[in-house]
Design a protein around this ligand. Structure first.
Ligand SMILES: [Mg+2]
Length: 248
């Protein structure tokens, strides 16, 4: 049983597989019409302490969730916007990116169903449509990446491998946000569905917070579990109502 929400919570929300259903192609996702309004309502109910923490770019979040604008971390901690009205912290483009992009393009173009997502600070190779190629794809991506720069890091998600500069992850994003005026002193609560969310889970648990795993993936890091995005959205819609109850 999930604990009832409290007004001193700070909410950290993964997007794909948590707020919205996964799609084979990252641009194939559907944003439910009422989701931006629900995010705004939760943000208001928690005095601003709601952040999106995703592998997506912050720019993508702003476009897709308009008119909602939240504190955010994009690209697995590589960019952070500490408050809704401040600019995202810019991070320089890694040197290995352009050559890796070129070799992935020439090597993976022949594999139907494999899709390369170009993010400003990282490259994600998706194989959700052809999971039988997964091991071979990951092996090739890692060989190419390591060949260009020893310091690159590989993030393994469900049917995706992402290449990026080491040192940033969802846990570092949570830590940075928890130091700001909006979030500090609150109990952090992290919702996520994937392997990359484990960094967020351990960050919030280290701060006395709550980790909530979403969807079918097994994890030992989470305190509670929700069945999927439909359940998360219903919970989110109910959150302001529950907080009013707590207050009265
Ligand atoms: Mg996710």
């Amino acid at each position: 049983m999930l604990p009832p929400p409290r007004p001193d919570w700070a909410l950290f929300l993964d997007i794909d597989g948590t707020l919205i259903e996964h799609a084979d192609h990252p641009e194939g996702v559907t944003i439910p019409k009422n989701l931006p309004d629900r995010l705004i309502a939760a943000q208001t109910a928690l005095a601003g302490a709601v952040a999106l923490v995703s592998g997506r770019t912050i720019d993508w979040m702003d476009r897709k969730f308009d008119p909602a604008r939240l504190a955010a971390s994009g690209q697995h901690g590589a960019e952070v916007r500490l408050a809704p009205d401040t600019p995202a912290v810019p991070i320089p483009m890694p040197k290995w990116r352009a050559p890796l992009e070129a070799s992935l393009k020439s090597e993976l173009a022949s594999w139907p169903g494999v899709f390369i997502e170009h993010k400003p600070l990282s490259l994600a190779v998706h194989f959700r449509a052809v999971p039988e190629f997964g091991d071979a794809v990951m092996e090739r991506v890692m060989a190419l990446g390591r060949g260009l720069d020893e310091t690159v890091e590989f993030l393994h998600g469900r049917f995706v491998i992402e290449v990026r500069q080491a040192g940033h992850h969802k846990g570092t994003a949570v830590a940075a946000l928890m130091k700001t005026a909006i979030f500090s002193g609150r109990t952090p609560v992290f919702l996520g569905d994937d392997i990359t969310d484990e960094d967020g889970f351990s960050a919030v648990r280290n701060m006395g917070g709550i980790a909530i795993a979403v969807g079918p993936r097994e994890t030992h890091q989470a305190d509670f579990h929700m069945s999927g995005p439909t359940r998360v959205r219903a919970w989110l819609a109910d959150l302001p109502v529950q907080l009013v109850k707590v207050a009265s």
